[in-house]
Write a protein that binds this ligand. Structure first.
Ligand SMILES: Cc1cc2nc3c(=O)[nH]c(=O)nc-3n(C[C@H](O)[C@H](O)[C@H](O)COP(=O)(O)OP(=O)(O)OC[C@H]3O[C@@H](n4cnc5c(N)ncnc54)[C@H](O)[C@@H]3O)c2cc1C
Ligand code: SF4
Length: 342
């Protein structure tokens, strides 16, 4: 194998783009998730027919696109040696990077660099920071916990392209191997993070076993249910949520793709239907709200538009009567303590 096709810093159209890494050092410099819209089109044209073989890294829809391309193009089929998938919740446009950076203090026209995931030893892996720098002072890096920024919660789905509303591939089903975050209690407390991975290729199985034998990696085998549980929200969105969105669009007279779930509402509560619709509404609204902020030069334009929508989402996502249940439990506890004191 001669190189890796994956996403790294820089590029003609923004902060990130697909690149070829030819060495381990180069590959190492292009680690980490880039929540950013990129294209493979130019790079594939560049490498096509050069006789070299590559591992191609991508989110599920990119891996599927590469597989389909390989089916039509025997030269590329030879060149794509391994397909490496990334578990994906949804894509983000560049507005995601810009909106978070602006909240941290760097406005879009000044944005020079973004690191979407900076590990923080004082917090569990899920509560990572984002680091940004500004063109007028690239050496000063500003850092902030992502979940505390508006739109930083993945569940709010800001700047999610509409296409992702119809995607049902979470574990990159056409990849040889796929890596995700191990969002399971026994792993996510570790601030350094852990991967959940599914291998569908014997050579990769052997590579992983060799890595374990040599002490380079530690592998724990988990069952399918645990792998699914590591992406529980993702599955709710792409199975229960997808069925509702298909139902809604058919009712609105729109054409929809054929998916593995059937359109309908009966499988979820009315409250959940509202939540699914609210999430879709937030995605759609976020684009216009951020464009308005760019036009006004004020991030508050975006924040003020989104805040009530996110609050509504959060209210719907809470278990009904959760507050009342908690108050009742506290009351019972107090009463019991009171009895014990007598
Ligand atoms: C759009 C997006 C959505 C995601 N959603 C989820 C999710 O819902 N649940 C979850 O568990 N994990 C999600 N991830 C994270 C993904 O699971 C991790 O990237 C994966 O586990 C790899 O682990 P790592 O970051 O430790 O690997 P690293 O060693 O840091 O390597 C990451 C590799 O991915 C490449 N890469 C980064 N971004 C992209 C990109 N946009 N397109 C192609 N290649 C890229 C890098 O170049 C690098 O080679 C998402 C990632 C992306 C890019
Ligand atoms: S959710 Fe599906 S369509 Fe959207 S970016 Fe991820 S893999 Fe692609």
């Amino acid at each position: 194998m001669d190189g890796i096709l994956h996403v790294g810093d820089g590029g003609p159209d923004g902060l990130f783009s697909y690149n070829v890494s030819h060495s381990l050092a180069e590959a190492d410099g292009r680690r980490k998730s880039k929540y950013y819209a990129v294209t493979l089109a130019e790079l594939v044209q560049e490498i096509q027919g050069n006789g070299k073989r590559y591992a191609i890294v991508g989110i599920p829809c990119f891996i599927k696109a590469a597989r389909l391309l390989a089916l039509q193009n025997p030269a590329l089929a030879e060149q794509f040696a391994y397909y490496v998938g990334l578990v994906c919740g949804h894509l983000k446009t560049r507005f995601f990077a810009e909106s978070l950076a602006w909240q941290i203090g760097v406005p879009p026209e000044q944005l020079a660099s973004v690191d979407f995931r900076v590990k923080n030893p004082e917090r569990p892996a899920s509560r990572y920071d984002m680091a940004v720098s500004s063109a007028d002072d690239p050496t000063t890096v500003l850092q902030h916990e992502v979940a505390k920024l508006l739109g930083g919660s993945w569940g709010h789905a800001v700047f999610q392209p509409e296409g992702c509303n119809f995607c049902d591939d979470i574990f990159a089903e056409t990849a040889d191997v796929v890596f995700g975050d191990a969002w399971l209690p026994q792993y996510s407390k570790d601030w350094r993070g852990n991967n959940v991975l599914v291998s569908r290729n014997e050579q990769i199985d052997e590579l992983l076993r060799a890595g374990q034998r040599e002490g380079e990696i530690q592998l724990d085998e988990i069952d399918v249910a645990a792998a699914v549980a590591s992406q529980a929200g993702n599955y709710r969105h792409r199975r229960d949520g997808l069925a509702v969105r298909l139902h809604d669009d058919i009712r609105a007279g729109l054409s929809v793709p054929r998916k593995r779930v059937s359109p309908g509402l009966a499988h979820v509560t009315r409250r959940r239907v509202k939540l699914i619709r609210q999430r879709r509404r937030i995605s759609a609204l976020s684009f216009g709200a951020f464009r308005a902020a760019l036009a006004s030069g004020r991030i508050e334009t975006y924040l003020e538009r989104l805040r009530p929508e996110l609050s509504k989402h959060d209210r719907l996502s809470k278990k009904p009567f959760a507050g009342m249940r908690r108050r009742l439990q506290n009351l019972v506890r107090r009463l019991r303590r009171g009895q014990g004191a007598r």
